[in-house]
Write a protein that binds this ligand. Structure first.
Ligand SMILES: [Zn+2]
Length: 176
C-alpha cells in the first residue's frame, strides 16, 4: 500500500515540472524548468545551463506562462543590478566623469537612454553579452558630454571603444 502511494506522488512531481524555450542570459541560452514544492517563497537555481525555478504549491493554479514570465523578469532585474553597476564603474574609469544618477527601467524600443544627466538602462540588456552591455552604457555616458550624435560624440566614443561602429550596428538591430 505504501509503495503504491509513493509512486503516485512521484508521478505528480514529474507532471508538474515544465520546460520552456531557451532564455538568454549574458549571451548564453539557458533552459528553464519550473517545479512546485512545499515551500513558502520562490527559489531560483542556476546549474549547468538550466535555470530551475521552484514555486510554492499554492501557485499551481496560476497560469504557468504568466509565472514564468514574472520569474524571468525578476531574474533579469536582479542580474541587471549587478551588471549595470559594473558597466557604470568601468565607463566612469574610462571617461573620468559620471552621471548624477542612473536607473534600471523598462523602455520601449530602447536599451538605454540619457536624459538630463541621468542614464536609464533597460533590465533586459542582460540578455546580451557583457561587451554589448558595456557599450550601451558607454554610449549613454558620452551623451553626458554631447547630447546629439554629432561628430564630436563619435570621436569621444572612438577614443574609449575603437570598435564602436560594430557595436552601434548591434544596438541599431536590437532597438528596431
Ligand atoms: Zn545615442
Amino acid at each position: 500500500m505504501n509503495l503504491v502511494k509513493k509512486r503516485v506522488e512521484l508521478k505528480t512531481v514529474i507532471k508538474s515540472s515544465i520546460e520552456r524555450h531557451p532564455v538568454p542570459v549574458l549571451g548564453i541560452d539557458y533552459k528553464v524548468k519550473i517545479e512546485y514544492k512545499n515551500i513558502k517563497i520562490a527559489e531560483l537555481d542556476v546549474e549547468q545551463k538550466t535555470i530551475k525555478i521552484s514555486l510554492p504549491n499554492k501557485y499551481k493554479k496560476t497560469s504557468n506562462t504568466q509565472i514564468l514570465d514574472l520569474a524571468i523578469e525578476k531574474m533579469y532585474e536582479q542580474i541587471a543590478k549587478v551588471e549595470v553597476e559594473r558597466a557604470m564603474e568601468k565607463a566612469r574609469i574610462l571617461l573620468g566623469f559620471a552621471p548624477e544618477d542612473y536607473t534600471i527601467q523598462k523602455m520601449s524600443k530602447k536599451l538605454g537612454k540619457c536624459e538630463e544627466n541621468k542614464i536609464i538602462i533597460h533590465p533586459e540588456i542582460v540578455k546580451y553579452h557583457r561587451d554589448l552591455i558595456d557599450y550601451v552604457v558607454l554610449h549613454q555616458y558620452c551623451h553626458l558630454k554631447y547630447k546629439t550624435h554629432a561628430k564630436s560624440f563619435y570621436q569621444l566614443l572612438e577614443k574609449v571603444e575603437p570598435n564602436y561602429k560594430q557595436y552601434e550596428e548591434m544596438m541599431k538591430q536590437l532597438e528596431k
